[in-house]
Design a protein around this ligand. Structure first.
Ligand code: NAG
Ligand code: NAG
Ligand code: NAG
Ligand code: NAG
Ligand code: NAG
Ligand code: NAG
Ligand code: NAG
Ligand code: NAG
Ligand code: NAG
Length: 674
C-alpha cells in the first residue's frame, strides 16, 4: 500500500495521531465494518495475533462501571479482553447500541464474551438474560467462561445488545463483537441462528482458526472426535482461495476425518437442550486423490430422516449442505456411504445452530427517533431509558406508557420536575399518537410551538411551572374550548393567556412564522415576508432613527409612478407583487411595493400590512414611509435597504455585513417579535 493511498483514504486527524496513525490506517482497512468492543478497557488497542482493533465502551453505552478481573485468576486464552469487563449494578436493563456502517437488512455475526475472573471478589458467577434488540436471546449461566454468538439480520440502523438483571447477580460483559457478512448464507426466513458449536474436524484440540483466515471472523475450534480417523491429504493443499461459498477458510477445509471403513457410518447424537429447532451446516471437501473414476458418495440423514441428502464429492471442490430445521429430544446425524461408493464418508467442518424466534415487534421507528431526540436534547439520564422505549413491556421507559399494537406506540409521557431546560423541542410533535403530555415544573423557555396542535389525540397537556413566553397557539385554545383538551399553563409568568393578547404583543403572530428553525449555526429563514426584512448597514441603522420621524404620507398613483421612474427598476418580488426602486423628492431612496392584480395575497392582507407597519417601529423592521391606496393601484413605500434582504444575509456567507452572533441575535429577535 502506498503512502499516497493511505492519505487519501483516511482523515488527517487519524494521521495526526502520529505513531499509531499509520498502523490504524492498516487496521481499518483490514477489518472493514467490524465493531469490536473490549468492555471495561481503559483504552483502545490492537489484539496482536488476530490483528483486530478493539475499542473501549465509549459511545456504545452510558451506564455501568469498568472493572478488572482478579489478578489471581489467569485465563488460558490470553486475550486482552478477558482482563477487564463492564458491570451493571444499576438498572434492570443496560444496552449497548451498535450502529454498523452497512446499516439494516444485513446479516451480522454478533458475539458476546463473558469471563468472570472473580472481578468482584465474591467468587460467585451471576446469571442474567441477554436480549438482541427487543427479543430474548439467551440466559447467561456459566461457571467461568461463556461465549454466545448469533447470525442476526438487523431491522433498523441500530442494533442493541441488552443485559437484563433477573435478580441472580450483577450482569457484566467482557467483549462484544459485530461482523458484517456479505451474503445471505446464514439468513433465515424469520428468526436468527444461535451458534452452539463450530468445529474444524481434524484440527487439534484447544486450537482454533479465526480472523484473518476467516474473513467473517467465525471461530473454528479443533475437536477430538477420535472415534473417527484422521484423513490424510494426498498432497499439501495450499492453493486455496477463500472465496468458496460461505467463505470457509481453506485452512479449515484441508483437514477431515472419516469413519473406520465404508460400511461404518459417521454418527453423532446429542441431547437437544432446547425446544428450538436445530440447523446443521456440513462442510465437505475431498482431499484424497481417489483411484481414477472413483468418487466418494454418501447420504446425510438427521433424526429419523427429518432431513436427508446425498452428496458426491469431487477432488478439492468444497460442498456445503445446510439441513432443514429438525427437532427432537436428542438430535442425531449420520453420514453413510451409499453402496456404489467403496469409500468411507468424511466430514471437514460442521456448525450446529438452533433457531431463535423474534416474536416482539419494536416500537414504531418514528416514535423511537423522536424519543431518542428528546432524550438527547434534554440530556435525560434515567436508568430505564435504554433500549427500545416500549418493548418488552416490562422494561418500558420510566415516565412513558405505550399502546401495544403492531407496532407499539408511545401514548403517554410524564416528564414533570425533570430539570428540562431550553425550548419545547419539535420532536415532541412527532410522537403522533400522544394522548397525555406532562412537562410541568421544568425550566422550559420560549414559545409554545404551534406544532403541538398536530398531536391529533392529545387530551391532556400540562406545561405549568415553566418559563414559557408568547401566546398560546389558537389551535390548542380551540380544543380547550370544545372540551377535547385539558391544558394547564399556570405558573408561566411571561406567557400571555389573555384573549386577545395586549396590543404590543400583536406583531408576534405575524412575525413568528418567519422563523422556522435555528439549528446550531445553520439558520434557515423562509417566508413570504422575508423580502420586507431588509438589512441595515450600521450607517443606515443610525439614520433610520431620524427617518422614522417622517410622517407616513399618502401618495397618489401618479406620484408613485414618478418616484419610481415609471416603475423602471425592479429590485425584488414579494407575495403581493413586484418591488421597485424609487427616489422621493427630498432625495430619500425608497423601495416601492406594488400590489399586482394577479397577487395571491389580497387587498385585505395588503391593508393589514400597511396598518401594522404604521404602528410598529423597530430597529430591525424596515420603516414604512408612505402608501398609495388608489382603487386598483396600491403601493407601499419603504425606506430602501441597499444590502438586500435579510434572508440572503442569513443564508449567504457575508461576514463583512453580519457576524454570526449578529445573525443569531436577529433570529432571536425575530422569534421573540421584539
Ligand atoms: C433485504 O435483503 C434481502 C436480501 O438481501 C432482499 O431480498 C430484501 O428485499 C431486502 N429487504 C428490504 C426491506 O430491503
Ligand atoms: C483427545 O483424544 C486423545 C487421544 O484419543 C485422548 O487422549 C484425550 O483424552 C482426548 N481429549 C479429550 C478432551 O477428549
Ligand atoms: C497419515 O499420514 C501420517 C504421516 O504422514 C502417517 O503416519 C499415517 O499413518 C497416515 N494415516 C493414514 C490413515 O494413512
Ligand atoms: C468395518 O468396521 C467395523 C467396526 O470396526 C467392523 O465391525 C466391520 O467388520 C468392518 N467392515 C469391513 C468390511 O471391514
Ligand atoms: C436420548 O439420548 C439419551 C442418551 O444418549 C438416551 O438415554 C435417551 O433415551 C434418548 N432419548 C430419546 C427420546 O431418544
Ligand atoms: C446397500 O446394500 C445392502 C445390501 O446389498 C442393502 O441392504 C442396503 O439397504 C443398501 N444401502 C444403501 C444405502 O443403498
Ligand atoms: C435537577 O438539577 C439540580 C441541580 O443541577 C439537582 O440538584 C437535582 O437533583 C436535579 N433533579 C433531577 C430530578 O434530576
Ligand atoms: C399540572 O401540573 C401541576 C404540577 O405538576 C399540577 O399541580 C397540576 O394539578 C397539573 N394540572 C392538571 C390540570 O392536572
Ligand atoms: C374541537 O376543536 C378542534 C380544533 O378546532 C377540532 O379539530 C375538533 O374537531 C373539535 N372537536 C369537536 C368534538 O368539536
Amino acid at each position: 500500500m502506498t503512502m499516497q493511498r493511505s492519505i487519501t483514504a483516511f482523515s488527517f486527524a487519524l494521521l495526526a495521531s502520529l505513531a499509531s496513525g499509520i498502523f490504524l490506517v492498516v487496521q481499518a482497512q483490514q477489518n472493514p465494518g467490524f465493531i469490536s468492543i473490549d468492555c471495561g478497557a481503559p483504552n483502545e488497542y490492537i489484539e496482536g495475533e488476530i490483528n483486530i482493533k478493539y475499542e473501549t465502551d465509549e459511545g456504545f453505552i452510558d451506564s455501568g462501571e469498568n472493572m478488572q478481573v482478579s489478578s489471581e485468576v489467569i485465563y488460558t486464552y490470553e486475550q486482552q479482553y478477558s482482563k477487564n469487563l463492564r458491570s451493571f449494578p444499576d438498572g434492570m436493563r443496560n444496552c449497548y447500541t451498535l450502529r454498523p456502517d452497512r446499516g439494516k437488512n444485513i446479516t451480522y455475526l454478533i458475539r458476546v464474551v463473558f469471563w468472570y475472573g472473580n472481578y468482584d471478589g465474591k467468587n460467585q458467577t451471576p446469571s442474567f438474560d441477554l436480549y438482541i434488540d427487543v427479543n430474548y436471546w439467551t440466559t447467561v449461566v456459566f461457571s467461568t467462561y461463556y461465549c454466545e454468538e448469533i447470525m442476526y439480520v438487523s431491522q433498523a440502523d441500530d442494533i442493541q445488545v441488552c443485559l437484563v438483571n433477573t435478580g441472580k447477580g450483577v450482569p457484566f460483559i467482557s467483549a462484544l463483537e459485530l461482523r458484517p457478512l456479505d451474503s445471505d448464507d446464514y439468513r433465515l426466513g424469520s428468526g436468527f441462528l444461535q451458534l452452539h458449536w463450530r468445529y474444524d474436524i481434524g484440527l487439534r484440540l484447544n486450537s482454533f482458526i479465526r480472523y484473518p483466515e476467516d474473513v467473517y471472523d467465525r471461530i473454528w475450534h479443533g475437536e477430538n472426535y477420535t472415534i473417527w480417523n484422521k484423513l490424510n491429504a494426498t498432497s499439501a493443499i495450499d492453493l486455496f482461495v477463500n472465496n468458496n461459498a460461505y467463505k470457509v477458510p481453506g485452512k479449515v477445509l484441508r483437514t477431515a476425518r472419516r469413519s473406520m471403513n465404508a460400511s461404518t457410518p459417521m454418527k453423532l447424537q446429542w441431547p437437544s437442550i432446547t425446544t428450538n429447532k436445530w440447523i446443521v451446516y456440513f462442510y465437505f471437501m475431498e482431499i484424497e486423490r481417489l483411484t481414477s473414476g472413483q468418487q466418494r458418495e454418501f447420504t446425510i440423514s438427521m433424526n429419523d430422516n427429518q432431513f436427508t441428502e446425498t452428496v458426491i464429492l469431487e477432488y478439492l471442490k468444497p460442498i456445503v449442505i445446510v439441513s432443514t430445521p429438525v427437532s427432537g429430544w436428542n438430535i442425531t446425524f449420520s453420514i453413510e456411504s451409499t453402496n456404489k461408493s467403496g469409500y468411507p464418508p468424511i466430514l471437514n467442518a460442521v456448525e450446529f445452530y438452533t433457531i431463535g424466534d423474534l416474536p416482539n415487534v419494536p416500537t414504531a421507528q418514528d416514535d423511537v427517533e423522536a424519543i431518542n431526540d428528546i432524550k438527547a436534547k434534554y440530556h435525560i439520564k434515567r436508568e430505564s431509558w435504554q433500549g427500545d422505549p416500549c418493548v418488552p413491556s416490562k422494561y418500558t421507559w420510566d415516565g412513558l406508557i405505550c399502546r401495544y399494537g403492531n407496532p407499539p406506540r408511545i401514548i403517554w409521557m410524564k416528564l414533570s420536575s425533570s430539570n428540562l431546560t431550553g425550548e419545547i423541542v419539535s420532536s415532541l410533535s412527532h410522537l403522533s399518537t400522544m394522548e397525555y403530555l406532562d412537562l410541568s415544573n421544568n425550566q422550559l423557555t420560549g414559545a409554545i410551538p404551534e406544532t403541538l396542535a398536530r398531536l391529533q389525540n392529545l387530551r391532556y397537556l400540562n406545561l405549568s411551572g415553566n418559563n414559557l413566553i408568547g401566546s398560546v397557539p389558537e389551535a390548542l385554545k380551540r380544543r380547550v374550548l370544545n372540551n377535547t383538551l385539558i391544558m394547564s399553563l399556570t405558573g408561566n409568568a411571561n406567557l400571555c393567556q389573555a384573549d386577545p393578547c395586549p396590543q404590543k404583543k400583536k406583531p408576534k403572530k405575524i412575525l413568528v412564522p418567519i422563523v422556522t428553525s435555528v439549528s446550531g449555526f445553520l439558520i434557515i429563514l423562509l417566508g413570504a415576508l422575508a423580502i420586507v426584512w431588509l438589512i441595515k448597514q450600521k450607517r443606515i441603522a443610525e439614520s433610520s432613527e431620524r427617518t422614522l420621524t417622517l410622517k407616513n404620507q399618502s401618495f397618489k398613483y401618479e406620484e408613485v409612478s414618478r418616484i419610481t421612474g415609471n416603475f423602471g427598476r425592479v429590485i425584488g418580488e414579494g407575495g403581493f407583487g413586484k418591488v421597485y426602486l424609487g427616489t422621493l423628492d427630498n432625495g430619500t431612496v425608497v423601495a416601492v411595493k406594488v400590489l399586482s392584480e394577479s397577487s395571491k395575497q389580497g387587498y385585505k392582507e395588503f391593508q393589514a400590512e400597511a396598518q401594522l407597519l404604521m404602528i410598529v417601529h423597530h430597529r430591525n423592521l424596515v420603516s414604512l414611509l408612505g402608501y398609495c391606496d388608489h382603487s386598483k393601484h396600491m403601493a407601499l413605500i419603504y425606506e430602501y435597504m441597499a444590502n438586500g434582504n435579510l434572508r440572503r444575509h442569513l443564508l449567504v456567507d457575508h461576514p463583512k455585513v453580519l457576524t454570526w452572533s449578529k445573525r443569531l441575535q436577529i433570529v432571536v429577535d425575530v422569534a421573540q417579535g421584539t
